[in-house]
Design a protein around this ligand. Structure first.
Ligand SMILES: O=C(O)CCC(=O)C(=O)O
Ligand SMILES: [Fe+2]
Length: 305
């Protein structure tokens, strides 16, 4: 088996630049890992029930897990694979800040990975359209509302977190919301993801046959604040490496994102957010990536003077 970068952890020290400032450290991890009551939405339920459930949990928590059919999961399991080679992992680790976009470059060494990622991405695009179709109905919008520019730009990110000698000093990923429309996350078997639910960090444990859906900032805007972006972070552990695969469904860079007019009218209210080009939002998000990412959305709010 190729040598994995996760072997780095055999050096027992935590590297200095991985130590978070005291106010951002998770501290002694008192939060029980794997104990969150993340709601489960069943895509095979009767449509109105599923829509109702998605809308409710997206308003309350901004994330939910979703049971899904097995044939897709077989593909997914291959993607988060601990035999990903050191070369690929090195490429991944070189990416910027906390997460990295993998470009599927033509190279024999990643033939397996390419062959797996292709069907994986097609499956997730299809799944994403189904979820967005249900959400558009739940918001009272036409069923294809999200079908074009709002969801055309997808990115697959593989995250890899080597074991950390002192998890109380560091985080795998700092507290954030995703800049996407929605994110579909394969969390893998090793716990580490935490969601802020009712003001408390809760360890997320997904079922073996489930994926996690996270409401992103753009859906919060389009829904005029009705659906909430899920706040989440990743903690590390001292024993096991963890991998996850995140599929971000994003607007195209030139897409104009704004609260859906039909929704604002139906609510008989005012838009809470300005109209903006997605590329401007994304720039503000990446510029803030070492600061308070959760606050970025605030800057796009219409201020009532
Ligand atoms: O690794 C995880 O479970 C979460 C990853 C994540 O939040 C992200 O890539 O934005
Ligand atoms: Fe995230």
């Amino acid at each position: 088996m190729a040598e994995l970068l996760s072997n780095w952890f055999e050096d027992e020290r935590i590297l200095e630049n991985y130590v978070f400032p005291p106010e951002k450290r998770p501290g002694e991890l008192v939060v029980p890992i794997g104990k969150a009551n993340v709601p489960i939405v069943d895509l095979h339920d009767e449509e109105n029930n599923t829509i109702h459930h998605i809308m409710k949990v997206s308003q309350d928590f901004g994330l939910f897990q979703m049971r899904f059919i097995l044939s897709y999961l077989l593909l997914l399991e291959q993607v988060v694979n601990h035999e990903i080679s050191a070369e690929l992992m090195t490429g991944v680790m070189k990416g910027r800040l906390q997460y990295i976009n993998i470009s599927i470059c033509p190279s024999n060494t990643i033939e397996f990975f390419r062959a797996t990622v292709g069907p994986f991405v097609i499956a997730l695009r299809d799944l994403g359209s189904r979820i967005l179709g249900l959400i558009s109905k739940g918001l009272g919008l036409e069923s294809k509302y999200f079908a074009k520019e709002l969801s055309e730009d997808c990115t697959l990110t593989i995250n890899h977190y080597p074991p950390c000698p002192n998890p109380s000093l560091s985080l795998g990923i700092n507290k954030h919301t995703d800049p996407s429309l929605i994110t579909i996350l394969l969390t893998g078997e090793v716990p580490g993801l935490q969601a802020l639910m009712d003001g408390q960090w809760m360890g997320v444990e997904t079922l073996p046959n489930a994926l996690l859906v996270i409401i992103g900032n753009q859906l919060e805007v389009v829904s005029n604040g009705k659906l909430k972006s899920g706040i989440h972070r990743v903690v590390t552990n001292a024993k096991e490496a963890r991998s996850s695969a995140a599929f971000f469904i994003n607007p195209t860079k030139s897409c104009i994102v704004e609260p859906a007019k039909a929704l604002v009218e139906a609510q008989n209210s005012e838009p809470l957010y300005k109209a903006f080009q997605y590329k401007d939002f994304f720039k503000a998000y990446t510029d803030a990536s070492s600061g308070d990412i959760v606050a970025v959305l605030e800057a796009f709010k219409i201020k009532n003077s």
